[in-house]
Write a protein that binds this ligand. Sequence first.
Ligand SMILES: Cc1cc2nc3c(=O)[nH]c(=O)nc-3n(C[C@H](O)[C@H](O)[C@H](O)COP(=O)(O)OP(=O)(O)OC[C@H]3O[C@@H](n4cnc5c(N)ncnc54)[C@H](O)[C@@H]3O)c2cc1C
Length: 485
Amino acid sequence: MPARTGEQYLQGLRDRPPEVWIGGERVKDVTTHPGFANGARSVAALYDLQNEPALRDEMTYESPTTGERVGLSFIMPQELGDLERRRRMFYHWARFHGGMMGRTPDYVNTAFVAMAAAAPYFAQDRPEFGENVRRYYELIREQDLCLTHTLVNPQRSRAPQRYLTDSLAEDVALRVVKERDDGIVVRGARVLATLGPLSDEIAVYPSRSHHTAENADQYAVSFSIPSDTPGLRYICRESFDYGRSAFDHPLGARFEEMDAVVTFDDVLVPWERVFLLGNVQRCNDMTPRTGWIIHSFHQVVTRIMVKTEFLLGVASLMVETLGSGEQPHVQERLAEMIMQLEIIKSLLRTAEVEAAPDEWGLLTPSRFPLTVAENMYARSFYPRLVEIMQLLGSSSLMALPGQADFASAIGPDLEHYLATDTASALERTRLFHLAWDISCSAFGARSLHYERFFAGDLVRNAQILTATYDRQPMIEMARQFLERE
Ligand SMILES: Cc1cc2nc3c(=O)[nH]c(=O)nc-3n(C[C@H](O)[C@H](O)[C@H](O)COP(=O)(O)OP(=O)(O)OC[C@H]3O[C@@H](n4cnc5c(N)ncnc54)[C@H](O)[C@@H]3O)c2cc1C
């Protein structure tokens, strides 16, 4: 099947509805439920972009097995041009939502590109696991399926000596409870799956930062199954789509991608969907050895570059609207945004230019530029961008009558009192609703929380960076300096 259309994606969710719970209610159809429908429509719009004649070559490539046009996020990069094409595809999707949707399908697609290339890694315990992961990649590429993934077990306690062991004792963490002729049976919970309720499939694999404890063989597992598999349940937070207009909630009314706890109540995973089983070390080493995260970070860093461009554009309009652009401190804040943008762009480009084949022959972007871009964004860049939006906006972020107010008897008053030298009241309010949804609303706060945590906790990630970055040449340099006469 060639790259899907939006309608085909929505029909898939209707035909195979996952078990989704929100506010004490089981959702019958996420494509019509007010908490999810607009988010689903936005994902559908991304699939439609693949089929726009003007973008077809930038969004798709020829499937190596069928010759049909399939999504470019599935390409197995062999040369620099492949990485550049893939980045352009990421870019088009990210521009559609201003970088505000973290979990568009390209994110997990790229992970499976790397895993399929690393099929021999999975085949070490059982040859069929390598074949399973390779076939699965082909399946999602040819059917253009939308995936979520879930990596982390819930923790009863974060005290090191109690981590996992407590979850095990309490029968909480996801584990294998039975092996049968037709597959494995899994039970337990995983902490989050963003986009889960809007996904065709859920992939389960180990986290690089939350290692499975020695001897916890039952917890060492990786697989992928359809979201409507019996016993699988998505339990959602409240929706930030409050059913208001796109004028009032420009982001929440469009891009609610939803986060959900996932529970598995004796879920059967067919053997052909199992990728790893029972080998703790293999699971703990999976991320560094397959390099999936670097390929996903190629998508992430493209998205955060677009997000920064978007925020810079919105901030510039805010300054223009308020006439504050001649203030030195306002210029300094815009300059800070520009600096961030150029740093991210440079890191992205460096990662591509310094790409090299990994141990499985897949051309892989250079790891540290992408890791540093993602870490800096989570650690200080994005929180500062949000702060700058708040500082630039001040009271205008609260002077926000809704669309209905403009259409009401007080409309003329609003036009009189809220216009600025450069914008009508309606233009000003529309713009500041957007700035508010970026920096103050529940949608905006969740977006900040997402950037901080979706790729792991900052401290744990810093520990990984320190442990894996080769500092030996620098140590040698310092040593030589000390020993100089
Ligand atoms: C909006 C959002 C969306 C997400 N979407 C997904 C998703 O789709 N799929 C998915 O798999 N996950 C998702 N996550 C979860 C994400 O993977 C985790 O939040 C992240 O890995 C951190 O794990 P944790 O929340 O258990 O926190 P921890 O890693 O436990 O950190 C919590 C606190 O404890 C400290 N800490 C505790 N133990 C240690 C230790 N041993 N070493 C260092 N620090 C420690 C940390 O510094 C931190 O302050 C999402 C998270 C958010 C916020």
